[in-house]
Design a binder for this molecule. Structure first.
Ligand code: CAA
Ligand code: NAD
Length: 318
């Protein structure tokens, strides 16, 4: 889908690139955002950005996926509005309508990209696919556009290497569910310019989130600690030392976690956890922390990816 670029578009983007001076590149106030990937993360980020007055284009492979994403945004907004406009349902409805107007969808990103201040990818956790996407979009985007990845575990510098703008590439790592989780990790590589980091810090604050800064280190802050914990729970269960239900209850009631590790794995997506683990164990095959889990691999091979497929470690109703 991203391979077709008309010669008109190439001409257009050439002129847009020329029209930005180098000072425009320095300080980017992010208003127009293109989000590539309308799955659970992309849709959540689109919702939060649109709710805070940003103009958002959500891009995915098919119209069906995008329709599902828009439906998900609407129902999540209803849950938010139930609380924030509890005494005034009419204003709540107006708010939802306004937010939905801030989001458009497309399976063809070139038009939106030509006016984007930020392109944020939230597609599948695969280096080659992310690099191909960024390499392709880099040729179309204006000079000032910042490229950010929501990757859970892949090196930002490797993704950025597919572009001609490593100084304007960074990690912007949101947490699931995006409308509720307050944190965003802003990840700077050795090439990310201070201006890019500052623009992204300002953007996350404009979204009402709390940013933390991190270097381009595997798993950044949260996943470096969280994913090995989830995998250790899995190994405990695989050794037959405790049931998944008891491990979940243990961590909720004994450690105060809102979800147990199996509930959380299902929530994140077992495919995403497997992608993270496979990447890390490839880099450090002898590190026992990154050892693969047969149970995780089996569930993913069976297409039991967690809540999004209605079955993972547990079964879910629609
Ligand atoms: N959109 C809007 N509102 C939502 C929502 C959503 N997607 N999900 C839940 N809510 C609202 C509910 O409507 C409910 O509102 P009320 O209080 O008005 O009833 C409220 O949030 C609480 O929801 P629930 O009662 O359904 O469930 P809960 O109390 O367990 O809270 C939760 C849900 C916030 C998800 C909580 O369980 C939690 O914090 N879980 C841990 C999540 C976590 O650790 N996320 C990080 C994952 S790792 C990651 O994201 C990084 C990575 O790279 C893999
Ligand atoms: P998901 O499977 O729910 O959604 C991914 C979406 O990307 C799908 O709709 C798919 O059709 C689309 N897609 C794939 N390749 C594409 C392409 N080339 N162009 C356009 N769209 C494409 O995945 P997710 O859970 O939203 O995760 C997305 C990214 O966010 C991953 O990098 C993941 O590691 C990261 N992440 C996930 C979580 C989580 O809890 N699930 C949290 C933080 C970060």
């Amino acid at each position: 889908m991203f391979r077709l670029v008309s010669s008109n578009m190439a001409f257009f983007t050439h002129h847009i690139k020329r029209s930005f001076s180098s000072s425009a590149v320095r300080n980017v106030v992010i208003k127009n955002v293109t989000i590539i990937g309308g799955g659970q993360m992309g849709a959540g980020i689109a919702q939060v950005a649109a709710s805070t007055g940003h103009s958002v284009t959500l891009v995915d492979m098919t119209d069906d996926i995008l329709k599902k994403a828009m439906k998900g945004i609407q129902s999540s907004l209803r849950r938010v509005v139930k609380k924030t406009f509890s005494g005034d349902p009419e204003s709540g409805d107006d708010f939802i309508q306004k937010v939905m107007q801030n989001v458009s969808t497309s399976t063809e990103p070139s038009a939106a990209i030509a006016t984007s201040d930020l392109i944020l990818e939230a597609i599948v956790e695969n280096m080659k696919i992310k690099q191909d996407l960024f390499g392709f979009l880099d040729k179309m985007a204006p000079e000032h556009t910042i490229f950010a990845s929501n990757t859970s575990s892949l090196p930002i510098s490797d993704i950025a290497s597919a572009t001609s703008r490593p100084d304007r590439c960074a990690g912007l790592h949101f947490f699931n569910p995006v409308p509720l989780m307050k944190l965003v990790e802003v990840v700077a590589t050795t090439s990310t310019s201070p201006e890019t980091s500052e623009s992204l810090l300002n953007f996350t604050k404009a979204l009402g989130k709390t940013p933390v800064c991190c270097k381009d280190t595997p798993g950044f802050i949260v996943n470096r600690l969280l994913v090995p914990y989830m995998m250790e729970a899995l190994r405990l269960h695989e050794r037959g030392h405790a049931s998944k239900e008891d491990i979940d209850t243990g961590m909720k009631l004994g450690a105060g976690y809102p979800m147990g590790p199996f509930e959380l794995s299902d929530y994140v997506g077992l495919d995403t956890i497997k992608f993270i683990m496979d990447g890390w164990s490839k880099k450090e095959p002898d590190n026992p922390i990154f050892a693969p889990s047969q149970l995780l691999n089996k569930l993913v091979a069976e297409g039991k990816l967690g809540k999004k497929t209605l079955e993972g470690f547990y079964k879910y109703n629609k």
